[in-house]
Design a protein around this ligand. Structure first.
Ligand code: G
Ligand code: MN
Length: 267
């Protein structure tokens, strides 16, 4: 797809953003939600790598950033607060200082505190361009974003990455959660990552929790948060608002007139 077809596809709303909540194991409440781009019925695992190769990922990520900012305002207006939202940033974009500057100015223009937006990068980002990743990571952390190492444990760069990148969150890849109780290696890895994170002050998220046994195992191991089909699947925006209205403490009455002048409140 060329750049002008892509622009048209974005304009006619072929793309949308779904949200998958993440829950605190301490309180059971939604702590954050991951924004996931959707393109009709197409599979993200197929079209995202393709867009990373042909460069379209930049425009689509910008669409996601703009959409998420608008959604945060709508959630805030309706519910009085909004959980933090995390964005997946492709390695090629995360390494690009123009993209990082652009991201910063959109978020500032939209009046969203950076602490409400987390950024997720996968380990393959590091294979891409280690020094640029370290630089960008420092910048976004200084700006006030949390930074998550996504799909942790599946990349190639190993522990150097943990040592050099100032990330604040580890999202353990679902592969290891899926192997809990089945393969000894997975049991040991899930436990070791919990230990490593707690010793270094990072927040741990267990991804891909699909059954009660896995939930119990990661709870017993001291994980901070969970994400997975057992708790909630990715959902379209309106469904996400309905979900939040059931699960969040309501901080203010809906549509209070002065709300627009208030600082955005994270739940
Ligand atoms: O790589 P990343 O963690 O950003 O991938 C998010 C994707 O993982 C989403 O497309 C979402 O549908 C999928 N996902 C989320 N929770 C689960 C789960 O419990 N099991 C499986 N198999 N996939 C999940
Ligand atoms: Mn992710």
């Amino acid at each position: 797809m060329n750049a002008s077809d892509l622009r048209k596809a974005i304009e006619v709303s072929e793309f949308s953003v779904c949200y998958q909540p993440r829950f605190s194991l301490e309180t059971g409440a939604p702590r954050a939600a991951e924004a996931l781009v959707r393109w009709g019925e197409r599979r993200p695992g197929v079209f995202i790598p393709e867009m990373e190769r042909n460069g379209n990922i930049r425009a689509v990520t910008m669409f996601v950033v703009q959409t998420v900012c608008a959604h945060i305002h709508r959630i805030q207006e309706n519910l009085g607060c909004c959980p933090r939202i995390s964005l997946n940033i492709s390695p090629v974009l995360f390494c690009d200082k123009d993209f990082i500057a652009n991201l910063r100015s959109i978020i500032a223009e939209q009046g969203i505190p950076p602490s409400m937006i987390e950024l997720e990068i996968t380990e393959s980002a590091v294979a891409h361009d280690f020094l640029s990743v370290v630089k960008s990571a420092k910048i976004v952390r200084e700006d006030g974003h949390d930074l998550a190492l996504d799909d942790f444990g599946t990349g190639f760069s190993g522990l150097r990455y943990l040592d050099m990148i100032p990330a604040s969150i580890i999202k353990l890849d679902r592969h290891f959660v899926g192997g809990l109780g089945k393969r000894k290696t997975c049991d040991v890895i899930v436990a070791s990552v919990a230990h490593l994170a707690s010793e270094t002050g990072m927040i741990t998220v267990a991804e891909g929790v699909e059954n009660r046994a896995q939930l119990k195992a990661v709870t017993d191991l001291g994980y901070d948060e969970v994400q997975g089909f057992l708790m909630a699947k990715p959902m379209p925006f309106l469904e996400f608002v309905a979900f939040l209205s059931k699960h969040l403490p309501q901080k203010r009455a809906a549509t209070t007139p002065q709300l627009h002048n208030c600082a955005l409140v994270s739940c």
